[in-house]
Design a protein around this ligand. Structure first.
Ligand SMILES: Cc1cc2nc3c(=O)[nH]c(=O)nc-3n(C[C@H](O)[C@H](O)[C@H](O)COP(=O)(O)OP(=O)(O)OC[C@H]3O[C@@H](n4cnc5c(N)ncnc54)[C@H](O)[C@@H]3O)c2cc1C
Length: 384
């Protein structure tokens, strides 16, 4: 029973009739994926009764807690991906991220998203010269391949002349990805929530689903307050938390810790930056630096779906902030937080049926802002 509600609370006749009666599709999770799926379903079938069940008062995973990069892959990351996947798999994923971004931008609009197409940069320290040289050599190859997907004649280019402008220390090379950009994550999610509600999607917050099982007619869901809800179809969009519900999925949680500084006068760093194969990311926002990542320093510790920050990761991020990003500037951290992603050995999202009436759409990795809109739609199509 919910500890805040005393006694044997049973839903009333009115509640059963007006809120929980005949749910066509229940979606677990109101992150980017759950909301995109719900909006798609209502666009296609306005009369469908679509309900989202969300455990937090807000979406409480990654979608309201990320860095807001609209990214499809830094060069070193794409080269790294080619080690484990063939060329067509890597390019297919880039294409889906790009398509997902276009879908998000169409759905929410660049003004509401506060989209800025400054491009993103990848930074290389003196110890990473070999990696840089390898990336540089691959620029013509990737530019040629991406032309057909992204419609940009020169996605990647070396931008070492910008290092002095940004004022970094200990950075030897920069590669500019001219097709990536940035958004305001909070505004994106606010807009998606508003759109879903406007279209008639009912969002129930503070509902944690403990388990579910298929019946002949649909699915029965049990909440942690022991209430039972019934729906015809279920879409699970719980990403990094999915193992509690479906332990057989090849997916682990991955915590990411993030800081934001106090405002910094004359900050020149307004774009987004990737470092160390995407394990570190930072950007300018509202004259502050947002910096996160470094989970690769303590992979076991960060393979968790518990929110929180730790001294080791905080120290590593602070070192980077003070020694590399803003050397010789006195900068205070205003705020720390963390978010939970869903990752796996393979970067491709899992979108599949796991029963006659149940679909999962999870494992967004570090690029759910990019790919989440499309994955939500793919899940929605499968659920009908
Ligand atoms: C710190 C950080 C930085 C990131 N930066 C970027 C970036 O710059 N660009 C980018 O593209 N991606 C980034 N990502 C990744 C991106 O945010 C995610 O891939 C994306 O938000 C995943 O969306 P989702 O809808 O699948 O999952 P989530 O947003 O995690 O949503 C899942 C929802 O399910 C709910 N839920 C879970 N279990 C239950 C349950 N049992 N019952 C009811 N509700 C439940 C959760 O509360 C949550 O709201 C970042 C992630 C983090 C953590």
């Amino acid at each position: 029973m919910n500890p805040n509600i005393k006694g044997d609370y049973q839903p009333s006749y009115w509640e059963l009739q007006s809120f929980f009666n005949h749910i066509d599709v229940a979606i677990l999770g109101s992150g980017i994926v759950g909301l995109s799926a719900a909006i798609y379903l209502k666009n296609q079938h306005p009369s469908l009764h679509v309900v989202i069940l969300e455990r937090g008062i807000l979406p409480t995973g990654a979608s309201t807690r990320n860095a807001g990069f609209t990214c499809f892959g830094s060069l070193s990351e794409l080269i790294d991906d080619l080690q484990n996947n063939n060329e067509s798999e890597v390019l297919e994923l880039v294409s889906k991220r790009w398509e997902g971004l276009m879908r998000l931008r169409e759905r929410v609009g660049d003004v509401a998203l506060r989209y800025k197409g400054f491009g993103n940069y990848e930074i290389f320290t003196p110890e990473e010269v070999t990696s840089f040289e390898n990336c540089k050599e691959q620029i013509p190859y990737f530019n040629e391949k991406l032309k057909g997907i992204i419609n940009h004649h020169e996605v990647f280019k070396v931008a070492d002349q910008k290092i002095a402008h940004f004022g970094f220390s200990g950075v030897q090379h920069l590669i500019h990805n001219q097709a990536e950009g940035q958004i305001h994550t909070g505004e994106m999610m606010k807009a998606l929530l508003e759109t879903a509600t406007r279209k008639g999607v009912r969002i129930f917050n503070g509902v944690t689903i403990k388990n579910f099982q298929e019946t002949a007619a649909g699915v029965e869901l049990v909440t942690t307050a022991e209430q039972v809800l019934r729906c015809n179809k279920l879409l699970v969009a719980t990403n990094g938390f999915s193992q509690h519900l479906l332990p057989e999925l090849a997916l682990q949680p991955a915590r990411n810790q993030v800081l934001i500084t106090e405002p910094i006068p004359n900050l020149r760093c307004k774009a987004c930056f990737h470092y160390d194969r995407g394990y570190v990311y930072f950007r300018g926002i509202d004259n502050r630096i947002l910096l996160g990542g470094r989970r690769n320093l303590a992979l076991e510790q960060e393979t968790t779906d518990e929110f929180g920050t730790t001294e080791d990761i905080k120290a590593a991020l602070l070192k980077l902030l003070h020694e590399v990003i803003l050397p010789e500037r006195k900068v205070e951290v205003a705020h720390w937080w963390s978010g939970i992603m869903g990752v796996g050995a393979v970067k491709k999202p899992i979108v599949k049926k796991v029963g006659n009436h149940i679909v999962v759409a999870v494992r967004m990795g570090g690029m759910g802002v990019a790919i989440g809109s499309l994955v939500g739609e793919e899940g929605a199509k499968l659920v009908l």
